[in-house]
Design a protein around this ligand. Structure first.
Ligand SMILES: NC(=O)c1ccc[n+]([C@@H]2O[C@H](COP(=O)([O-])OP(=O)(O)OC[C@H]3O[C@@H](n4cnc5c(N)ncnc54)[C@H](O)[C@@H]3O)[C@@H](O)[C@H]2O)c1
Length: 347
């Protein structure tokens, strides 16, 4: 099938990623880029990539069917809506919008113009997340009680627009939107309450870390934590279920599972601690548990573009639905409210 012509708006860090991606794509072909800064367009040209002289020129290019928007968060709406009104299908980087009203205006523009609109939830292809989802969905360790998802770094918040509130900076918008989306892909989209505490260790304007707790309609719970001042990182994922526990220490590692074979054990040897003995906390052995690793699931992030282009061609539904975009954003907005008031927010 003929490749779909695509262009990228914003030739910065993530725009560069999309360009590289489109140059290798088996379903799309890069028509060019447009950046508001002339030096970024010159850089593109110096690399043999066509740069449009203006956004209007790009929108007027009838051969372009798909535009990917990768610019700072506060500018998404005007650029996305102009593209949708020009009859282009649009992928917008995350977080797609900073308010529900803004997101709804973008969705309305897509519907009015009969085109497709999506946000780039590329972390649905992360293998650590996919391993946890596989263990959850298979039921191999029984009904899951709770999940903990953490990303801990120690380099602080980036010193660019991500540190500024007016541009939609902060880690909830930057990482939170991915980590929330992943947990909802595992537990489903029925979130009942949101409680969040934000860090402001070196940045008073925006959060440079957060701890977010979600309670789901069926009672399952999630803890999502992002830190930029964690010189010792906690495990990437931890999942507790009625018949076992799963752990991923680091995103480079496979999942480890300990599964309970027999609940009861006779003659438990007590553990001796400095202050006394405990049978309750005595570790289990291989008589009552199975310990194994789960191979990393296969994943190809190019599927994001493959699936979206197939959706434009009417061959499948798009992966990231409008309802999912709204729920991800509703949780972020509730998290900000909770952090401000110190109270949980019911959805
Ligand atoms: N999905 C992911 O994994 C991921 C990773 C990083 C960033 N992002 C997202 O990508 C977007 C861009 O982030 P970044 O790290 O590339 O930022 P960046 O600052 O590196 O690049 C942004 C570029 O956009 C250009 N720009 C700004 N306003 C513009 C406009 N109106 N029209 C055209 N160009 C404009 C800037 O000149 C700059 O070159 C953000 O929404 C961010 O959250 C997503």
């Amino acid at each position: 099938m003929k490749k779909m012509k695509a262009a990228v708006v914003g030739y910065g860090g993530m725009g560069g990623w999309h360009v590289e991606h489109l140059l290798k794509s088996d379903v799309a072909e890069l028509a060019g880029v447009y950046d508001i800064k002339p030096e970024r367009n010159e850089l593109a040209e110096s690399r043999g990539i066509h740069a449009y002289a203006s956004y209007e020129e790009l929108l007027a290019d009838k051969s372009v069917e798909l535009i990917t928007v990768a610019i700072p968060n506060d500018d998404h709406e005007s650029v996305v809506v102009a593209a949708l009104n020009a009859g282009k299908n649009v992928i917008c980087e995350k977080p797609v919008a900073l308010s529900m009203e803004s997101l709804n205006r973008m969705i309305a523009a897509a519907e009015k113009n009969g085109v497709h609109f999506s946000t780039h939830q590329n972390r649905r292809w992360d293998v650590d997340f996919l391993a946890m989802k596989q263990i959850h969905d298979s039921g191999e360790i029984g009904k899951v009680i709770n999940i903990e998802s953490r990303v801990h770094g120690s380099r602080g918040i980036p010193s660019d627009w991500r540190g500024e509130k007016e541009h939609g900076g902060g880690m909830l918008y930057d990482w939170g939107i991915h980590l929330i989306d992943q947990v909802l892909m595992i537990f489903g989209w029925d979130v009942k309450s949101v409680y969040c505490v934000c860090d402001h260790i070196t940045n008073k304007e925006v959060d440079d870390g957060f701890r977010l707790e979600l309670v789901f309609g069926n009672g399952q719970r999630a803890l999502i934590e992002l830190g930029t001042y964690n010189f010792i990182a906690m495990p990437r994922f931890y999942m507790r279920a009625e018949k076992g526990t799963a752990l991923i220490t680091d995103w480079r590692e496979e999942a480890q599972v300990v599964k309970c074979k027999h609940w009861h054990e006779n003659d438990v040897l007590p553990v001796k601690t400095a202050a006394g003995l405990t049978k309750t906390m005595a570790p289990r052995d291989e008589v009552t548990t199975d310990t194994y690793r789960v191979a990393k699931p296969k994943s190809d992030v190019h599927d994001y573009y493959r699936h979206f282009i197939a959706a434009i061609r009417g061959e499948r539904e798009q992966d990231v639905t409008y309802d999912q975009m709204r729920t991800d954003l509703a949780i972020i907005l509730a998290a900000f409210k909770s952090a401000e008031t110190g109270l949980p927010v019911e959805l």
